[in-house]
Every structure is written in structure tokens, then in C-alpha cells.
Ligand binder design. Structure first.
Ligand code: KIV
Ligand code: NA
Length: 265
């Protein structure tokens, strides 16, 4: 077991200790993220965007997620490692869902899976939980449903959608999910859900009342220049740092400055 367990996250909620979560997709990045003290590392299907260059998260496959998850697990000793079940690997058939979750647990040795949706996927969530596999829920702006939404704007601003989100959060928490991600919903609604359910809530664009926060590592490090939603705080400008480093290297090679006499045998 890694140092942070699902049980530990439950304790953190009870004590009012905030949970820090970030994504990672590869060994070198996950080593840095784990050593810096992040509690939960998510091998997100956002790998489809930031690693593979797809416009949405829909094309990434279970095999691709397993490759990323194995790379991350090799690097991590402290943080809990959660892996997204990708689009098509769990919707509509709880046997398929269980098979996908079992593959992730067996082939990657990660600690838990994450799934998008509420009532629609409850049977699959229950079946996976029954097998002893911890499940993290994900409600609000669930990117695997982007074609249904047709927009990336804030979800659950209207009464009916907010009421369904509250219901779904209760269903997931009561079923035994160890945490629920709330993505891009009004802060007041996330606060209400956080107070009402026993599972810790992890927000992204869901305000400061959540029990924890998550960001995509490439976004918070400023590797992605084009993506600037209000909820994103940039902690570094790696796009500039990396661009400057690479162009200096190109210049040094072209000018003959690299390698110098000390940099050769
Ligand atoms: O795939 C992902 O990165 C996620 C987080 C943003 C919650 O699901
Ligand atoms: Na995801």
C-alpha cells in the first residue's frame, strides 16, 4: 500500500485537512509530483489532450490508459494513484465496466479507478466496488459527455441539473465511492454537496469549499499556453522556460558553440 490510502482521505475530510490532487501521465513527472507532496495522483484521460494531442478525451483507449498508469505507478511511493476509466470502457454494461476496472488494477497496480456520471452508471459503480476496487466519482462538466453538452461552460446553473447533481452525489457517496470530483459547477452548489455527502469532494473550477482540489499538471505548470479558464491558477511558465531552452540549444548547435571542449571525450 502507498502512504496515502482511500481511508486516509476519509480521515482528512473529517479533520478538515484539504486534499491536494494533480494529474500525471509518465514516470519522470510523477516522480516530481509525488516527491513534492501531492496526496492523490490522477492518471487522467486528459492524457488524450495533453499527451496524445486529441481535441477531446473520447479517443483514448483502455490500453493507452494502462500504458500511462504503469509508467506513473513505477514512480510513486506516497500518493494514492487513481486511473480514469476511458470512454467506452464502462458505459452501459456493468460486466464490461468490471472487466475494465480489473484490467487496470491487475495490469498497473494502481490504487483506484475514476468514472464519470451518476445514476446512469450506478450499477457499474456498485459492481466494481463489490469486487473490492475503490471508485472515485466525477460529476458536473464530465468531458466524456462533451458531445451531449455541446459547450465547455459551467454546468448545473439551472435548478433541474443542480438537483440531479445533488442526487447523483448522494448516490455515489452512499454506494461507497471514496471521493467525488466536481468539475466546473457553481461554488455554492459544490459547497452544499461537500457539506451533505460523507465522501470527500475534489473540485476543479468548483470553488474553495470542496474538500480538495485537482488541476491538470500541464495547465498549472503553464506548458499549455492556449487554455486559460478562470479556475486555472498557473504556478509556472514552463512554456517560456522550455521554448527559451530549446531555442538556445538550436542556436548553440548551429553556431558550433555546443559541444565545447569540456563537453566531449
Ligand atoms: O482527466 C482529468 O484530468 C480529470 C481531472 C481534470 C479531474 O478528469
Ligand atoms: Na478525466
Amino acid at each position: 500500500l502507498r502512504a496515502v490510502t482511500t481511508y486516509r482521505l476519509t480521515e482528512m475530510k473529517q479533520r478538515g485537512e484539504k486534499i491536494a490532487m494533480l494529474t500525471s501521465y509518465d514516470y519522470s513527472m510523477a516522480r516530481i509530483v509525488d516527491a513534492a507532496g501531492v496526496d492523490v495522483i490522477l492518471v487522467g484521460d486528459s492524457a488524450a489532450n495533453v499527451m496524445a494531442g486529441y481535441e477531446t478525451t473520447l479517443p483514448i483507449t483502455l490500453d493507452m490508459m494502462i500504458y500511462h498508469a504503469r509508467s506513473v505507478v513505477r514512480a510513486v511511493s506516497r500518493a494514492l494513484v487513481v486511473v480514469d476509466l476511458p470512454f467506452g470502457a464502462y458505459q452501459g454494461n456493468s460486466k464490461v465496466a468490471l472487466d475494465s476496472a480489473v484490467r487496470i488494477m491487475k495490469e498497473t497496480e494502481a490504487d483506484a479507478v475514476k468514472m464519470e456520471g451518476g445514476e446512469e452508471i450506478l450499477e457499474s459503480v456498485q459492481r466494481i466496488l463489490s469486487a473490492g476496487i475503490p471508485v472515485m466519482g466525477h460529476l458536473g462538466l464530465t468531458p466524456q459527455s462533451i458531445h451531449k453538452f455541446g459547450t465547455y461552460t459551467v454546468r448545473a446553473k439551472e435548478e433541474a441539473e443542480a438537483a440531479k447533481l445533488v442526487r447523483d452525489a448522494h448516490l455515489l457517496s452512499d454506494a461507497g465511492c471514496f471521493a467525488v470530483v466536481l468539475e466546473k459547477i457553481p461554488a455554492a452548489l459544490a459547497g452544499r454537496v461537500t457539506r451533505e455527502i460523507s465522501a470527500p469532494t475534489i473540485g476543479i473550477g468548483a470553488g474553495g469549499a470542496c474538500d480538495g482540489q485537482v488541476l491538470v499538471i500541464h495547465d498549472m505548470l503553464g506548458i499549455n499556453k492556449g487554455f486559460s479558464p478562470r479556475f486555472l491558477r498557473r504556478y509556472a511558465d514552463l512554456h517560456t522556460v522550455m521554448t527559451d531552452a530549446v531555442s538556445q540549444y538550436v542556436g548553440d548547435v548551429k553556431s558550433g558553440d555546443f559541444p565545447n571542449e569540456k563537453e566531449q571525450y
